[in-house]
Design a protein around this ligand. Structure first.
Ligand code: NAD
Length: 295
């Protein structure tokens, strides 16, 4: 990440001031988040330096046929991948980007968050109206009846990430995954309820996320390269319907040309400052109202 994206200067403060104006003057504001928002919680982004995706090609490890192939040819690699990816998710805690989004919702500035992330961190941070269009790794889905159930986060730590002296055989690996997801009450096998490349999105959630995006008049896209479709079409549709796009990302993306404002900062810094300025202004207004009521 570029060094200049870390410090906040007057230029950034001006951009954030404008973003606050746009948010305060909008009726329905939605946050649309991607892996970048969780990178400061220790979960690698797909397209960044030093992430696990440099060791494990997402084109192979991000989809079921690819995973099945590696599982057959090289189960030790799968074990290493599952352990490394799962460890990051299992220990991650929300950072101030997640917390600011939750606080903005509680303060009435945003209506909800549409996320491509599967890490549950928006929920842990206190967001209420969440649309997880790629699912949630801490939830299991039954392959037989489709029933879903939340899984305790510690179960991922206990079952998947524990280091063993020797590598696991294929059957042991499956048993471990089975232990993590557990069996469904109907007796069916379960899998983590996440969307992998090439799989369809959960229809109901995607439709409701799209409806919210279509009715919003301001959308804040934070920490996403916006290249994974169809989720990436959500901010595009919002803009086509007339919404103002505010983008928060240290790097330019395919969305940047459509953005009214591009804030080249880390999500934790930009969103923290947005919350501070918006609530500062709201408190000032409340203070003035109290003074004039007393006068
Ligand atoms: P991506 O990896 O394609 O892009 C991440 C973007 O975040 C980049 O544009 C990068 O410049 C930006 N970024 C990095 N650090 C940032 C920071 N601190 N603040 C703001 N921006 C920052 O991610 P994507 O667009 O979400 O698409 C990848 C897909 O992989 C998604 O579908 C997502 O579900 C999945 N994924 C999820 C997680 C997770 O759940 N945490 C992690 C990796 C990948």
């Amino acid at each position: 990440m570029r060094e200049d994206s870390v410090t906040i200067d007057n230029g950034h403060l001006k951009l954030i001031g404008k973003a606050c104006e746009l948010i305060a003057n909008s009726h329905t504001v939605v946050a649309f988040t991607g892996a970048g928002v969780s990178s400061e919680s220790g979960i690698s982004v797909f397209r960044g330096s030093g992430g696990i995706w440099q060791k494990f090609n997402p084109a192979l490890y991000g989809n079921l046929p690819g995973l099945a192939l590696v599982f057959i040819l090289n189960p030790e690699r799968i074990e290493a991948f599952v352990r490394e990816a799962a460890s990051a998710f299992a220990v991650a805690k929300p950072n101030s980007a997640h917390e600011s989004i939750a606080k903005l919702e509680h303060a009435g500035f945003i209506s909800g968050v549409i996320t491509q992330n599967v890490d549950n961190l928006h929920r842990e941070a206190g967001s209420l109206n969440i649309f997880e269009v790629h699912g949630n790794i801490f939830r299991a889905r039954c392959l037989k009846c489709g029933a879903r159930e939340d899984l305790p986060k510690r179960r991922l730590l206990e079952n998947i990430t524990t280091k063993r002296n020797s590598s696991l055989k294929r059957r042991e690996l499956l048993r471990l995954l089975d232990k993590y997801t557990g069996r469904c009450a109907c007796g069916g096998r379960r899998r983590p309820d996440i969307v992998m490349f090439g799989e369809p999105l959960p229809r109901g959630i995607f439709r409701r996320a799209m409806e919210l995006a279509m009715k919003c008049d301001c959308i804040i896209a934070a920490g996403t390269s916006a290249i994974v479709y169809p989720a990436a079409s959500i901010p595009e549709y919002a803009v086509r319907k007339g919404a103002t796009l505010i983008e928060i990302n240290p790097e330019r993306t395919g969305l940047t040309p459509f953005a009214r404002l591009w804030i080249p900062l880390r999500a934790s810094v930009a969103l923290g400052e947005i919350f501070k300025q918006l609530t500062g202004k709201a408190n000032q207004r409340a203070g003035k109202a109290r003074i004039s009521a007393k006068a």
